[in-house]
Design a protein around this ligand. Structure first.
Ligand code: NAP
Ligand code: COA
Length: 270
């Protein structure tokens, strides 16, 4: 029963919608107590009601990851209710499409502060509340961390930093039995991220056409990886950046397909 999370305490920063809420469902469905942090009390309320149907305890904690005091208070509140945190997910993020010359200093800074500083605030302040040994920390990253992406200067810089934090903290916290990993979701259906990056149906179809597995991912796909990474099945896994993306980040095959006009006839000749 490696995927039984009953009596486990899960804290999800950015957990009120999309992929992170999908992760919350995955844990709550397997018996975990789940605490959600995000800015909007209204979104948190809706999410908490959804999760309550699994019968476990749910905490909704309004906070802004840019405001370290509010993050600290939310973590302390979860700890006060349930004790040590077994699983910590840091996934709050902001994104918009803009060339570097189309974003102000404040626009760039806003994404760095939510994605990168926010992740530092969450992990740094959760440290004292994590179960030692045994805690699993998961940062939600993106392929922008390692694939330079047009009109994503802010997100590329921020998520590259997030993956470096993952790896450094895996080294610093490993001796205490805390594992730290990143998940890189691919294009995930029905999420705010995809609505912002591919707003038109044509753009979404073009995205699917680039994915080797030829489909969008689901929030369940990402949730399943979070479960595995937080289970005893992954007890020797730390400092990894795990893609859950249908092969989407494998740019080489994509570029080659564009360069070679008729890959099908090429395959037939070989
Ligand atoms: P989403 O639904 O907008 O999720 C973002 C979450 O973060 C929401 O719960 C939001 O709630 C919260 N949030 C935003 N700013 C915050 C702040 N300053 N303080 C606290 N909470 C904040 O978007 P999503 O597309 O599911 O993305 C989730 C994660 O997956 C992100 O880390 C994103 O980079 C990553 N990702 C997504 C995709 C994709 O296909 N969608 C692909 C790769 C990576 P509030 O509005 O209530 O604050
Ligand atoms: N193009 C260029 N600049 C933009 C922009 C866009 N599409 N959208 C916002 N900005 C700029 C603003 O103009 C502002 O800069 P300024 O003060 O110099 O004018 C700066 O970014 C901050 O915007 P603001 O709306 O005040 O920030 P916020 O804290 O209210 O919201 C965002 C943060 C902008 C990231 C907002 O989109 C958000 O809350 N996103 C969360 C959800 C999300 O992005 N989900 C997908 C995750 S992958």
């Amino acid at each position: 029963m490696e995927l039984d999370f009953s009596q486990r305490n899960v804290f999800i920063a950015g957990g009120s919608s999309g992929i992170n809420l999908g992760i919350a469902h995955a844990f709550a469905a397997r018996g975990a107590r789940v605490a959600l942090l995000s800015r909007s009390a209204e979104k948190l309320g809706v999410a908490a009601t959804e999760l309550a149907r699994y019968g476990g305890e749910v905490l909704a904690l309004p906070a802004d990851v840019r405001d370290v005091d509010s993050v600290r208070a939310a973590l302390a509140e979860a700890h006060r209710h349930w004790g040590p945190i077994d699983v910590l997910v840091s996934g709050a993020a902001g994104n918009f499409l803009a060339p570097a010359t189309g974003m102000s200093e404040n626009g760039f800074r806003t994404v760095i502060e939510i994605d990168l500083m926010g992740t530092f605030h969450v992990l740094r302040n959760a440290y004292g509340f994590l179960r030692k040994p045994g805690a699993s920390v998961i940062n939600i990253s993106a392929s922008q961390a390692f694939n330079p992406t047009l009109f994503q200067a802010h997100v590329c810089a921020a998520k590259a930093g997030v993956d470096m934090l993952t790896q450094v903290l895996a080294m610093e916290w490993g001796p205490e039995g805390i594992r730290v990993n990143s998940i890189v979701p691919g294009p995930i259906a029905d999420t705010e991220g995809m609505r912002r990056l591919a707003p038109e149906p044509e753009a979404l179809a073009a995205v699917v056409d680039q994915v080797p597995l030829r489909r969008l991912g689901t929030v369940e796909d990402v949730g399943h990886m979070a479960l595995v990474l937080s289970s005893p099945l992954a007890s020797y896994v730390t400092g990894t950046v795990v893609k859950v993306d249908g092969g989407n980040a494998l740019r080489g095959s994509r570029d080659y397909r564009e360069a070679v006009q008729s890959p099908v006839s090429l395959a037939k000749e070989s």
